[in-house]
Design a protein around this ligand. Structure first.
Ligand SMILES: [Zn+2]
Length: 123
């Protein structure tokens, strides 16, 4: 399952960041998922919950923002939004795009809870 591999990577990166900040737990994680990844958001959230179980990220909310695909034609330089199954440039009809957005998965932010914050002590 494609989503489980992605979710595992998100959890690994999240747990690493949480540990580096001495967090007690993770309350929310925000990711941007490119359209080219063909990710099923519901499946990704379910996979994230499963992968996070037993880690610092257990029970964290996963906010997924889908990023539309955007490409620049390597032949004529036109910027366009290709379809998932049709990369052809609308201007010169070459199918040689460089994807500039929507082709990867990025961890945008992680909300952490530390012991100090839970007790309301000043930093
Ligand atoms: Zn072109």
């Amino acid at each position: 399952m494609h989503e489980l591999g992605i979710a595992t990577e998100i959890v690994n990166a999240t747990v690493k960041a949480a540990a580096a900040h001495g967090a007690e737990r993770v309350s929310a994680v925000a990711v941007e998922v490119g359209a080219l990844q063909l990710v099923d958001v519901e499946a990704l959230c379910a996979a994230f919950a499963a992968a996070a179980a037993g880690t610092l990220a257990a029970g964290a909310r996963l906010d997924v923002r889908e990023v539309p695909l955007q490409a620049v034609c390597r032949v004529c330089g036109t910027t366009y939004a290709p379809a998932i199954d049709d990369y052809q440039c609308p201007r010169c009809h070459a199918a040689d795009p460089e994807f500039v957005a929507g082709n990867d998965i990025m961890l945008m932010s992680i909300d952490l809870e530390t012991a100090e914050e839970q007790q309301g002590e000043p930093h």
